[in-house]
Design a protein around this ligand. Structure first.
Ligand code: UFG
Length: 336
């Protein structure tokens, strides 16, 4: 079966590609390498360098390859950045998905699994968050993911495109054998930044606000191991191919950690002092996001193998120790 992975050179996309190839799928990657890494591209995947908003380019890919299903990761995904550059997010995320759905419809490709986000919920009234909670995003990024979901819903009704929307909570960790990991530039995510402090590449971590209405005043997030997360994509593909109806699922661990608790966990795992300072709040940040993952467990048969935060951080740490400056630029992965 041929699976087109859009954004397959990115952090989550590359882990999904490795998992698909481990499970015998043929993989075609499209990535514009704006945020993805060449070094994260699996040597057994066929790679097209281009932007999904370029319709002629995308049509060429669908013309050349017999695509059986699509997994769509290609998007800008930073909460803070989305508040500074909203139009870039609407263009890449919303318009990009629009072009993709047009091309899928033209080529009669009917199944798509795509990355949505916990950011669609905004500030929840209670946790854990269930899929039927109201969606009132507090940032542009979440708004674009919600618009993508809505485009999928109406396209599904009109064109019979079946979708599974996966609402990710905070994805962390790396492939357990440390072949690939998380490398953004610039890095903005909490765990890789704290690991940079452990590696002495940064003096300290800045906590974005300690005046939230949480038990220690810092934001609470639900961290899910990237390998558990990508497992759910294969289950979702399988679900669609078995005739499952279009649906939306949370992917999280059902457990929250504050920023201070994450710093403490990194200290335990790395045995390094992690100095921090308190900064101001970051625009767009909800105070608390914790998933109910019952629905994905029940309907997709998903299981979370890495429940412990220390095990998630440990896998991230192993990759960062081996790759302190990230992927080697312009090279394929050292393991390929
Ligand atoms: N944080 C800090 N200091 C930093 C970086 C982050 O205090 O230097 C805090 C943030 O304010 C937030 C928490 O750590 O409270 C996690 O921040 P990240 O930037 O690691 O992740 P986000 O929660 O902003 O966003 C991530 C993904 C989104 C996804 C969201 C879902 O990047 O794509 O999780 O919860 F939508």
């Amino acid at each position: 079966m041929n699976i087109l992975v859009l954004g397959g050179a990115g952090y989550i996309g590359s882990h999904a590609v490795y998992n698909l190839i481990d499970n015998g799928f043929n993989v075609v990657i499209v990535d514009n390498l704006k945020t993805g890494n060449k070094g994260a591209i699996h040597s057994k995947a066929k790679f097209y360098d281009g932007d999904i908003r370029n319709k002629n380019f995308l049509k060429t890919v669908f013309k050349n390859e017999k695509i059986d299903g699509v997994i769509h990761f290609a998007a800008n995904s930073l909460v803070g950045e989305s508040m500074q550059k909203p139009l870039e997010y609407f263009s890449n995320n919303v318009f990009g998905t629009h072009v993709l759905l047009e091309v899928m419809n033209e080529f009669n490709v009917k199944n798509i699994v795509f990355s949505s986000s916990a950011a669609v919920y905004g500030e929840p009234e209670v946790v854990p968050i269930f899929e039927d909670f109201s969606t009132i995003p507090t940032n542009t990024y979440g708004e674009t993911k919600l618009m993508m979901e809505k485009m999928m819903k109406w396209s599904s009704l009109a064109y019979g495109i079946n979708y599974v929307s996966l609402r990710y909570f905070n994805v962390a960790g790396a492939r357990s054998n440390a072949e690939i990991g998380e490398d953004h530039s610039p890095e903005t995510h909490l765990i890789p930044l704290i690991l940079k402090v452990a590696l002495n590449q940064m003096k300290e971590i800045t906590i974005y606000g300690n005046d939230y209405d949480t038990y220690d005043g810092t934001c609470i997030r639900d961290y899910i191991h990237v390998e558990d997360l990508v497992d759910a994509h294969l289950l979702a593909l399988n679900y669609l191919y078995s005739g499952g109806k279009s649906d939306t699922f949370n992917l999280g661990n059902n457990r929250g950690y504050s920023v201070l608790e994450i710093i403490e966990a990194v200290r335990r795992v790395t045995k390094h002092q992690i100095p921090f300072k308190i900064g101001t709040r970051r625009a767009g940040d909800p105070s608390i996001l914790i998933a109910s993952n019952e629905k994905a467990k029940k309907i997709l048969g998903w299981t979370v193998k890495h429940e412990e935060i220390d095990s998630i951080i440990n896998d991230a740490w192993n990759w960062h120790k081996l790759n302190p400056t990230g992927f080697k630029k312009n090279l394929t992965s050292q393991f390929n």
